[in-house]
Design a binder for this molecule. Structure first.
Ligand SMILES: Cc1cc2nc3c(=O)[nH]c(=O)nc-3n(C[C@H](O)[C@H](O)[C@H](O)COP(=O)(O)OP(=O)(O)OC[C@H]3O[C@@H](n4cnc5c(N)ncnc54)[C@H](O)[C@@H]3O)c2cc1C
Length: 558
């Protein structure tokens, strides 16, 4: 509107002033004179007015075209600036640049597991979603779970990339979002772009947690960054190293240790808790993994903290809380991760108890037009509804599916995280779905355990057959399965996923006991000893035994 007022005045003032000046001129310089000189002066004055009127008409044409261009830009039309203004303006006018409005119905910040899944499912679930823009900081995005395998099995970071085509026909912008203006619903990037949104999904992930251990700033101390160039530098440093200390015996630390020993390095894991994988498995399973690590010549020092990292510019030793010093050319810190919430915090979004972006059951943040998914979002336990610091790719993709179902209408609820994890050390695999026995007891459940072990192929003499054990953790009062753990060969990965479906659907030991399962000699255990079914039956037996014991105890009391 301000433009229009200025232009209107620019047109009106010359139109009024020029004829007035002409009349004054004639009045003063001989309106009534009829001499030759007077007639020539009047003709000259008329020429001047005609030229002035032509200038005014040209100016009006220019003003109209500028106004039209501004209106078009304001209406958000995709205006090819040069083409439009050059066509409308006379050649002697330099075209004014009109800022083009960038806008997408859905903007996703982050292009890893959560962001990619959100782009795919948003299109799949909402045909009319319109334009989707994914903004991702890094030019190449890694398969995060594949990072440890870069250093052994895969051999290079280039072999562990997610292709950009994974996001389908969504627009990919390689840039860093630096701020969110919630009022105008726009994000600004470090590269100077300003993109409007109807709905915004934050999938900004997590960053490695770095504890304040003295000496962490020394050369050759690395964390697990999801960054191609950083990991390439780590690879080069490993090529010159001999002794490596991995701080943290969780599944990422264990996977790194196993891969590094494959390239002939002397590897030691230092873990504060009593066992490696203590947060993921019950003790007997942890011990089996530690046995495998020992077989692979990986030294495991559990129940040990790190006092400091020593070295002169570059790491040379790691000092433990026991005072022992370990020789180290390189240190890998695999302590865990922290949600990356800076952007959300600066935009005034609420943060939860475990430092993730607070979300409701529809994955909406405290701003209903902004969703948060994946490692950056707060998680709630499926079992207790309490906040839990669980960050997994399986959770990230699940949350992406939930959020995109709820973009324009809340309809799918997140029932909370179960926690499904599996890993492999040497030739053995271990997996957990839901609560371990320890976690179930800590959460206040009265648990019954059903156990089954048998070869994972049948007969057990089949080539490649490995012993497999499955434990089912059930709630005594309802019979509901709270969790399952498996140990064995590679089939443990998919078996753990089957357990996850049973847990999420609140199957009872009774349901599982009477399930029909498929078996094949080369692929599964025998139908007679099938692990999950047998473990459920054992849980039922344990239940009946405990009821019988109670009855006996009651009679004793009577
Ligand atoms: C070594 C390792 C092994 C793992 N193994 C497993 C496994 O076996 N199974 C499993 O389930 N989970 C595993 N995980 C966990 C899993 O990788 C994460 O849960 C998963 O990556 C989370 O995905 P995300 O998209 O939420 O976040 P991230 O993968 O952290 O991605 C965040 C994205 O956001 C981008 N971003 C951040 N801020 C901005 C910004 N301001 N502007 C633009 N872009 C931005 C980043 O560049 C990145 O693309 C592993 C993790 C690691 C580190």
């Amino acid at each position: 509107m301000q433009w229009e007022i200025v232009l209107a005045l620019g047109i009106a003032i010359p139109i009024i002033l020029i004829p007035v000046a002409f009349v004054l001129y004639l009045t003063i310089f001989g309106l009534h004179a009829n001499t030759k000189e007077a007639r020539e002066r009047r003709a000259a004055a008329r020429r001047l007015v005609r030229e002035a009127m032509q200038i005014i008409r040209n100016k009006q044409a220019v003003d109209r075209s500028i106004l039209e261009a501004i209106e078009a830009a304001e209406e958000g039309q995709a205006v090819s600036r040069e083409a439009e203004s050059e066509a409308a303006l006379p050649t002697w006018v330099t075209p004014m640049p009109v800022p083009a409005a960038e806008k997408a119905e859905l903007v996703i910040v982050g292009g890893s597991a959560a962001g990619i899944q959100a782009a795919i499912t948003a299109k799949r679930l909402n045909n009319n979603v319109g334009k989707i823009t994914v903004i991702r900081k890094e030019s190449k995005v890694l398969v995060p779970c594949g990072i440890p395998y870069i250093f052994g099995t895969l051999g290079s970071a280039e072999k562990n990339l997610i292709p950009d085509g994974a996001i389908g026909d969504a627009e990919l912008v390689i840039d860093e979002v630096t701020s969110i203006d919630r009022e105008s619903q726009r994000v600004t990037t470090a590269g100077g772009r300003n993109i409007g949104y109807d709905k915004l999904i934050l999938a900004t992930g997590s960053l490695p947690a770095v504890p304040p251990i003295p000496g962490r700033e020394l050369d050759n101390v690395y964390t697990v960054k999801k960054d191609v160039e950083y990991l390439q530098a780590l690879d080069k440093a490993l090529a010159k190293a001999k002794d490596v200390v991995v701080i943290g015996g969780g599944f990422i630390g264990v996977e790194f240790a196993d891969e590094l020993r494959k390239r002939g390095l002397n590897v030691t894991i230092v873990e504060l808790l009593p066992h490696c994988l203590s947060l993921n498995c019950d003790e007997p399973f942890c011990i089996r993994v530690e046995e495998e690590l020992a077989k692979a010549n990986i030294k495991v020092l559990c129940g040990n903290g790190v006092n400091q990292i020593l070295g002169n510019g570059k790491v040379s030793h790691v000092e433990l809380s026991s005072g022992e010093q370990l020789k180290a050319d390189l240190v890998m810190m695999a302590i865990g991760s922290a949600p990356n919430t800076r952007l959300a915090q600066e935009a005034g979004l609420e943060i939860g108890a475990t430092k993730g972006i607070k979300v409701d059951q529809y994955m909406r943040t405290s701003d209903p037009n902004i969703f948060a998914i994946g490692d950056c979002a707060e998680k709630y336990s499926f079992f207790t509804a309490k906040p839990v610091p669980l960050r997994l790719a399986s959770i990230a993709t699940n949350e992406a599916r939930i959020a995109t179902s709820n973009l324009f209408r809340p309809c799918v609820e997140n029932k909370g995280v179960i926690g499904v994890f599996s890993t492999r050390v040497g030739d053995v695999a271990v997996g957990t779905a839901g609560l371990t026995e320890k976690a179930a007891r800590e959460a206040g459940f009265d648990v019954l355990i059903g156990k089954a072990s048998a070869p994972d192929k049948h007969p057990g003499s089949m080539p490649g057959a490995q012993p497999m054990q499955v434990n089912l953790i059930s709630d005594r009062s309802s019979g509901r399965i709270l969790g399952g753990e498996a140990y064995g060969g590679v089939s443990v990965g998919e078996l753990t996923n089957a357990l996850a479906v049973l847990v999420a659907n609140k199957a009872t030991a009774e349901d599982i006991r009477f399930s029909q399962i498929g078996t094949h000699p080369a692929l599964t255990g025998s139908p007679i000893v099938y692990h999950i079914v047998n473990a459920a039956e054992q849980a039922m037996v344990a239940y009946h035994e405990s009821v019988a014991k109670e009855r006996v105890a009651d009679k004793t009391l009577v």
